[in-house]
Design a protein. Structure first.
Length: 202
């Protein structure tokens, strides 16, 4: 665990500075709170800082939370979101893996990891993540959409159409699935009339 903590501190800043900062006592109500409450408050501050695009502040709060609870899957997931917003996709995957070590059934982490693998053009890895997500929730239509996109990237067009159809069975109003299905039918399978029907419903 020390090796992992050190590597993340290395990503955020100098290890000793981070360690020194995270051990400072908090003022006000936070100082008297339990460790789990302190952790949740600090994570919340990090989330809010990310929304405000205050990246250094977010980094500082996540460092503090890491010192309080290095096994928190919520912390690792929020750190993954932080790195996603910064475009640091390899770091997103590292944080997702740490979150899944402690909470392998955390669906949103599989979703994010699959999305990142798609962004990195790692379609096979993306499909593995999306299949894990769909094991947890077969009705998650966005996972079916993303799986279809990955299948399309791999040239597995019939499987892509199947995945889009699964998304549309769950949510018939899902315009993006209609659009992507139409694109696969038109570009790869030459089914132009069917593609137009899909575009009309998008």
């Amino acid at each position: 665990m020390k090796h992992i903590i050190a590597s993340i501190f290395g990503v955020f800043g100098k290890r000793q500075e981070a360690r020194k900062d995270t051990t400072q006592p908090e003022s006000g109500h936070l100082a008297g709170a339990s460790a789990s409450v302190q952790r949740d408050i600090v994570i919340g501050k990090g989330q809010a800082s990310c929304m405000l695009k205050q990246w250094e502040e977010a980094r500082r709060y996540f460092d503090k939370a890491l010192a309080l609870d290095p096994k928190s899957e919520d912390l690792w997931y929020n750190m993954a979101l932080y790195f996603d917003k910064r475009g640091r996709y390899e770091d997103v995957i590292i944080c997702c893996d740490k979150a899944l070590e402690n909470a392998p059934a955390k669906q949103v982490v599989w979703n994010l990891k699959g999305k990142i693998h798609n962004s990195l053009k790692q379609a096979e890895e993306a499909i593995r993540c999306l299949d894990k997500e769909l094991e947890l929730d077969p009705e998650e239509f966005t996972a079916w959409l993303n799986k279809g996109n990955s299948m399309d990237t791999l040239g597995r067009y019939e499987e892509a159409i199947y995945a889009y159809d699964k998304a549309l069975q769950i949510n018939p109003q899902f315009g993006l699935a209609w659009c992507n299905k139409g694109a696969s039918l038109r570009r790869w399978l030459g089914k132009h009339a069917e593609a137009i029907e899909c575009y009309d419903r998008a």
